[in-house]
Each structure stands twice: as C-alpha cells, then as structure tokens.
Design a protein around this ligand. Structure first.
Ligand SMILES: Cc1cc2nc3c(=O)[nH]c(=O)nc-3n(C[C@H](O)[C@H](O)[C@H](O)COP(=O)(O)OP(=O)(O)OC[C@H]3O[C@@H](n4cnc5c(N)ncnc54)[C@H](O)[C@@H]3O)c2cc1C
Length: 340
C-alpha cells in the first residue's frame, strides 16, 4: 500500500489546528504553517455557541474542553439598560483562546504533525494538498476589534452583551477566573496606551458605566489585543482551493459562533481530504466536494447572521431590536436555531 499524500495547512487558528490534528490521527502527513506562536491571546469573545457533541467527538476535542465553563444565560443591555435575559438552548462553552489554541497545537505536534510557527507562508496560491485556514480576508473596513482579560469584575449573568453607539461588547468569564471583555467598534480617532484604548472606546460608544466597571478591575496587560480590517461581506467561491473557518466565511461575532464554525469547517472537509490523502480522489474533485459541503452547511447561517448584523450596530436599528427584545416580540429561540 502506498503512503498517504501529504497535506499542507496554512494558518494555525482553530480551523487549521483541528483539521491538522484529525488528519494526523488518521495517519496523514501534515505540515502546518503559522505566522504567530502559542500560547497567544486573540481578539475573541472566548465563548463558543453551537458546538455539538457530534463535532466534538468527530474531531476528538473533548480533552481540550474539560475545564470550559458552561454559560447558560445572556443579559442583553442597550445603552447600559438591561433589556432581556436570554436562556440559551444549550450552554455556551467559556474557554480562552490562549488555552484552546495552545492545547490543540501541542496535541498536533504530539500526534506527529510538523508545526512551523513564526512563519508567514508567502505563497497562498492553490496547490494540491494545500488548505487555506488563514483567518479573515484583510479588506478595508471601518470596524475594529478590541479585547482584554480583567480580574475582579463581577458579571450580572454568565454572559453580558452590551449594545452601544456603532459598537457591541461581550463579557464572559473564562476558565482562568478572568473575565474577557471583547468588542466590535466603528473606528474613531482615539489613541490610548494598552488597556486604556478599550475604556476610551467604551466611553465614546456611550457605555461609561461599563468603562467604570472595567476601570475598577485589574487588567491582564498581556491579554490586550486589537485587530482592524474586519469585513463581513461574502467572499466569491474559488476553484481548486479549500478555505476553512473565517477564510471560508466570516460570521459576525454577536453570534458567538465563529469558533464553532471554524471547527465545523474542519469537520466538513475532513472526509474529502482523507479520500484525497488516501489516493481515492483527485485534488479538483476534493476541492469541489469540500466547497459544496461547506456552502451547504454554512450558506444560510452566514447570510442570516450578516443580514441581522446592522441591528446590533447602528443606533436606530439597535433601538428597534431593543424595543422588540424588551417586549418579548423577538423569537430568540428561532433566531438562535437559524444562526447556529
Ligand atoms: C471582536 C470579535 C469577537 C469574537 N468573538 C467570538 C466569540 O465570542 N465566539 C466565537 O466563537 N467566535 C468569536 N469571534 C470569531 C472567532 O474568533 C473566529 O471566527 C475564529 O478565530 C476563526 O478561526 P480560524 O481558524 O478560521 O481563523 P483564525 O483564528 O484567525 O486563525 C487564522 C490563523 O492563520 C494565520 N495566518 C494567516 N495568514 C497566514 C500566512 N500567510 N502564513 C501563516 N499563517 C497565517 C494567523 O496568524 C492565524 O493564527 C470573534 C471575532 C471578533 C473579531
């Protein structure tokens, strides 16, 4: 029997790492190229919604999630006023990216994967066996993501979601005891060093009470990070290439579903890639099968999440969202099902 064909994965976020690990466990030679290193904080709300036991089992993720918190309730705030407490149909998992990415990277290496960190792949052109798990496409956009872990901040519910002026912010406890504060903001001409930038953005977004709670807490300066160029428009499909996670399609963060989508995309591409690695299919057919399956699984979810996104950001639509939510006229269960 001939040995399996090798796979090269560019990008060591959740999609690339989970795919690499699953392929290695099936005996496929995998090289994973990552521009950064582990452990590292990421701009992320650090909670996962919609990750099913089936995906956890298929990708063998259970050992990495044992200490994840189970978040059951979300308190929604509009301009600092509580408008609704939502009971999640299934608990969201509270786990820092600092821990999760590093755990997967360690397991990938232990399973015999070749991991090249601190290496930015210069060549992203399609090639047989090459997977692009490179995260969001960098395109000009007015949106900015900011994140900080703090200690000593008391939450009113497991998760808090605050709507501000052209901004929303999520608060979630993590397995370390720290509270993760992470928001999406329209860029403003604000400058401040490290953690102070998040406070400046909160105040500018009309969330001064949240800024005061943050100021009273103790920041973890190492966790402070920011990203720009976040564009939620759809990407055109390309032939002969497999894109996973955010590189396949960026889901707005209010859903808390980007990490689940990244892992599910690895799960979806796994069987076509195993068929390729074992010599049963040619690369173009593998790409077609993967891309069709990814589109079938995520098209409706991504379209719905993008259509609703302006209601979380723009003041007039936020007002409508808040009014409907407060009056219990928003079908939260049905929306949750649509977005997960
Ligand atoms: C403000 C904000 C809050 C969010 N909150 C949540 C949340 O609460 N819950 C949730 O589930 N999701 C959330 N998300 C989304 C979530 O973080 C992403 O969907 C998830 O990280 C996608 O994983 P990925 O593997 O596709 O990409 P990434 O995690 O972005 O990984 C891509 C990797 O590719 C590497 N890379 C890129 N180009 C190259 C190259 N040329 N060579 C080598 N390496 C390269 C990068 O260094 C990076 O490590 C949030 C996003 C934002 C912006």
């Amino acid at each position: 029997m001939s040995s399996p064909r090798p796979i090269e994965i560019i990008g060591g976020g959740l999609s690339g790492l989970s795919l690499g690990l699953a392929l290695r466990r099936a005996g496929v030679p995998v090289t994973l190229i990552e521009a950064g290193r582990y452990p590292r904080h990421r701009v992320c709300g650090d909670f996962i919604t919609g990750l099913s036991p089936a995906t956890i089992a298929r990708l063998g993720l259970a050992p990495f999630l044992t200490d994840a918190l189970r978040h059951r309730e979300v308190a929604w705030f509009h301009r600092e006023h509580l408008i609704r407490v939502q009971h999640l149909p299934t608990p969201a998992l509270g786990l820092s990216r600092h821990a999760l990415d590093a755990r997967l990277a360690t397991a990938f290496t232990a399973a015999g994967g070749e991991l090249r960190t601190d290496t930015r792949a210069p060549d992203l052109t399609p090639a047989p066996g090459r997977i692009l798990a490179t995260g969001r496409a960098r395109r000009d956009s007015p949106w900015l993501g900011l994140k900080l872990h703090v200690h000593g901040l008391t939450l009113t519910r497991d998760l808090e979601l605050h709507l501000g002026d052209n901004a929303y912010v999520g608060l979630a406890a993590t397995e370390t005891g720290a509270v993760n504060v992470c928001g999406l903001f329209r860029r403003r001409p604000l400058a401040a060093p490290g953690p102070a930038l998040l406070s400046a953005y909160l105040i500018a977004a009309g969330l001064p009470d949240l800024a005061t709670r943050l100021a009273a807490a103790t920041p973890d300066p190492d966790s402070c990070c920011a990203i720009a160029a976040i564009d939620y428009s759809a990407l055109p499909p390309e032939p002969d290439v497999i894109r996973l996670g955010d590189a396949h399609g960026l889901i707005p963060p209010y859903t808390g579903n980007g990490m689940a989508l990244a892992l599910q995309s690895a799960e979806t591409a796994l069987d076509p890639l195993l068929a390729f690695a074992n010599g049963h299919t040619a690369w173009p057919d593998t790409c077609r099968a993967s891309t069709t399956a990814l589109q079938r699984r995520f098209r409706v979810r991504l379209a719905a999440a993008r259509a609703l996104h302006p209601f979380f950001l723009h003041p007039r639509r936020q007002h409508l969202l808040a009014t409907l939510t407060r009056a219990h006229l928003l079908p939260l269960r049905a929306l949750y099902a649509l977005l997960h």
